[in-house]
Ligand binder design. Structure first.
Ligand SMILES: NC(=O)c1ccc[n+]([C@@H]2O[C@H](COP(=O)([O-])OP(=O)(O)OC[C@H]3O[C@@H](n4cnc5c(N)ncnc54)[C@H](O)[C@@H]3O)[C@@H](O)[C@H]2O)c1
Length: 347
């Protein structure tokens, strides 16, 4: 069993501690937080609290460290942990720029230690369902994908609303949705176009709409919003031979598979003030509709893979080249939003 310690006992640090307490591959060594109130909270939960980050990093029984602090502190803490000889799980986003990521990756190489990023939403069943539909080819080749997450409470009022600490929805939720889309569409990116919204916060984005154009013609729309009192569907997929939709991440995917393109006759539908055949819904004669099975998922697989990767038994599921690519997309997206122009690129 690997002994893992957690730096930062806020919302996400506490989540990691809970997972590690129930892990079958690792044990929780302890935690440290710069706020005494959070150290007290950890002690109340029966968790060992180190005196400082230095004390935690100096513990020779600790194999690996989770960094669960605000985004602007990741680089310094990750590099310190690597130089102390620890393997590191860094919370997402890895940092706030590609340059910062590169320094962290270089420190991992120099130290000969494993660095990975907690892209835990690769275990979301809605994402896994979409990925399975695309990979199975059951509705043909992908044309485009839309991935949205809509909330209605604005941006949280903690460090997430400050630019200095790496706030904003691009870095908070965008990092998950972009990572997921890049797992589904395996082609180089040629163009990025993004707009951000600032309804509840002027300093950082409280949402964005991002278009990603891939080589070969596929595209993705990624959208995060925090001022939507009715949410649009979580995922929408168009493929050459059908469509798939997930209305809400608690629901299964609905699939419509084309069984024949041509129809003998289409009965026109009365629509608003006119009739249409073009937009008339198809029926069972040319369309097979069904619910996709719910994929199995276990978040503990992240730690299982991490421990096997430390032992050199497998590659980390979240590889550094993937982490860098997501950071590149976010950087290009924010540059596009800033300039009001699309960014032509090769990512
Ligand atoms: N993967 C996910 O699903 C997920 C979910 C939420 C947050 N996160 C990420 O986790 C990180 C933390 O977010 P959070 O929601 O827990 O924030 P939070 O504000 O709840 O907790 C952060 C904690 O870090 C502590 N801290 C700050 N600097 C420190 C330092 N130098 N040493 C020790 N402790 C320090 C703070 O006192 C605070 O208690 C962020 O990077 C965030 O993006 C990931």
């Amino acid at each position: 069993m690997n002994r893992i310690a957690v730096i930062g006992y806020g919302g996400q640090g506490a989540w990691h501690c809970k997972q590690l307490l129930g892990s079958d591959v690792a044990t929780l060594a302890g935690t440290y937080d710069i706020r005494e109130v959070r150290c007290d909270a950890a002690r109340e939960s029966g968790i060992f609290v180190y005196e400082s980050n230095d004390a935690l990093l100096a513990d020779p029984t600790v194999d690996a460290v989770v960094i669960a602090t605000p985004n602007d502190s990741h680089e310094e803490l990750v590099i310190r942990a690597l130089r102390a000889g620890k393997h590191v799980i860094c919370e997402k986003p890895v940092e706030m720029s590609v340059a910062s990521f590169d320094r962290m990756a270089e420190a991992a190489r120099e130290a000969g230690r494993l660095l990975t990023v907690h892209q835990n939403r690769r275990w979301d069943v809605d994402f896994l369902a979409m990925k399975a539909i695309v990979e199975s080819g059951e509705i043909g080749d992908l044309i485009d994908i839309e991935s949205r997450i809509h909330g209605s409470r604005g941006i949280p009022s903690d460090w997430r609303c400050t630019k200095e600490q790496g706030g904003g929805m691009m870095l908070d939720w965008g990092v998950h949705l972009i990572d997921q889309v890049l797992q589904i569409v395996g082609a180089p990116i040629e163009k990025i176009w993004c707009t951000t919204s600032h309804i509840t916060n002027s300093e950082v984005d409280d949402g964005f709409k991002l278009e990603i154009y891939f080589e070969g013609g596929k595209s993705a729309h990624v959208e995060v919003a925090t001022y939507n009192f009715l949410a649009m569907p979580r995922f929408y997929l168009r493929c050459k031979n059908g469509s798939a939709l997930i209305e809400d991440w608690r629901k299964n995917a609905k699939v419509a598979r084309l069984t024949a393109w041509c129809e003998k006759d289409v009965t026109p539908v009365q629509n608003a003030a006119g009739i249409t055949k073009t937009m008339a819904p198809r029926d069972h004669l040319t369309l097979d509709t069904y619910e996709a099975p719910r994929p199995a998922s276990d978040v503990h697989d992240f730690y299982r893979n991490f421990c096997r990767a430390i032992a050199g038994k497998e590659e980390p599921i979240v590889g550094l080249s993937e982490v860098r690519r997501v950071m590149q997309v976010m950087e290009a997206a924010l540059a596009s939003a800033e300039s009001g122009q699309p960014v032509c690129t090769r990512i």
